[in-house]
Design a protein around this ligand. Structure first.
Ligand SMILES: [Zn+2]
Length: 343
């Protein structure tokens, strides 16, 4: 399987995130991809290629122009106000009983366009997030050219980002942009299988009223787990999209047999949808030793997971999302891809 990868991911490396009442160095950091790349090489998994350039047009198909412009200039505006010692971070959000206005000042804009304080913007975040989109889109083109499966090793991840909202380490929704690109290049239906530990709230929101994209997500129950305010079972889509959104929330401590049963059901619904392509939002933070997650999957479970996904016999684009147990992130990611390839 070909992997698409760009060194530009390093240009996003925040100083802090807010978690459990304290500011700590971000769990989402460049070392994650170093470990995956070294495991891919160790296993001779296949060619590693740089991305092509696609510009902003494919991003505009999913995100709003004002949001894109905000991300492009956010750090410069922050620097002008606060100087350059700290990354740009919001402290106030337009929740209930406040207005959804876009303030002119950067502090207000950061709150308007985000929903957490885990997602710093640095002086070079823009270059990293546009490069991650190119990594995803290059995978789409290789599949259009006839590859059965491609691994787009994106960083930062994307599935928490909605059309005009960033958070959860995510800025542009790489998987959603790739999905839309498949459709713009002729696919009638595309399924997204989100196996990251956290609910893909951004992806769900982007496609919630659409019947040409089926979104299936397996994740920690939002009653207990981030992002808390989306990802419940009763969210099934709206309007034309009703029936095309399927959430499988599971409790803390979930083991492989329960997870496997949910994955079986998700795979069945993808099969019934008869998509032209599958995008897998690939997170391995379901692993038992993940420092911020609470499922209990083991490394060998990812082999079986890849095997099960392959049984759909679909052109498949794996788009990297989360996974923070840095020592094992390479083993688990490559196990997933090997399970697919060796099925
Ligand atoms: Zn996650």
């Amino acid at each position: 399987m070909i992997t698409i990868y760009s060194e530009d991911h390093r240009l996003h490396h925040g100083q802090y995130e807010l978690i459990a009442g304290g500011f700590v160095p971000p769990f989402e950091n460049p070392t994650r991809l170093d470990i995956i790349i070294s495991r891919l090489k160790e296993k001779n998994f296949g060619e590693i290629k740089p991305p092509n350039e696609y510009g902003l047009d494919p991003i505009l198909r999913v995100h709003t122009e004002d949001f894109i412009n905000f991300l492009r200039t956010a750090y410069d505006e922050w620097y002008e106000l606060h100087g350059g010692e700290k990354d740009a971070m919001p402290i106030t959000w337009p929740t209930r009983h406040l207005r959804q206005v876009v303030p002119k000042g950067i502090n207000g804009k950061l709150g308007y366009y985000s929903f957490d304080a885990a997602t710093p913007i640095t002086s070079t975040t823009w270059q990293a997030i546009t490069s991650a989109v190119n990594v995803a889109l290059t995978g789409v083109d290789l599949i259009k050219e006839g590859q059965r499966a491609v691994f787009s090793l994106c960083r930062p991840p994307g599935h928490h980002a909605a059309k005009d909202l960033y958070a959860g380490y995510c800025f542009f929704n790489n998987a959603a942009i790739a999905t839309q690109a498949f459709i713009d290049k002729g696919a009638e239906r595309v399924a997204i299988l989100d196996i990251d530990y956290h609910h893909g709230n951004g992806t769900q929101a982007i496609f919630y009223d659409r019947s040409d994209v089926l979104f299936v997500s397996l994740h920690g129950d939002p009653d207990q787990e981030y992002p808390y305010f989306l990802g419940y079972k009763e969210e099934i889509g709206t309007g034309k999209g009703e029936g095309f959104n399927k959430n499988f929330p599971m409790p803390w401590g979930t083991l492989w047999p329960v997870y496997k049963d949910a994955l079986d059901q998700g795979i069945d619904s993808i099969q019934n949808f008869k998509p032209d392509a599958l995008v897998v939002s690939t997170g391995v933070d379901t692993f038992e030793k993940d420092p911020i997650s609470k499922f209990k999957l083991k490394s060998e479970n990812y082999l079986e997971m890849g095997n099960m996904i392959e049984s759909l016999s679909l052109p498949t684009l794996f788009v990297m999302e989360g996974g923070y147990a840095v020592d094992e992130i390479g083993i688990n990611t490559v196990n997933l891809l090997s399970g697919f390839e060796e099925a």
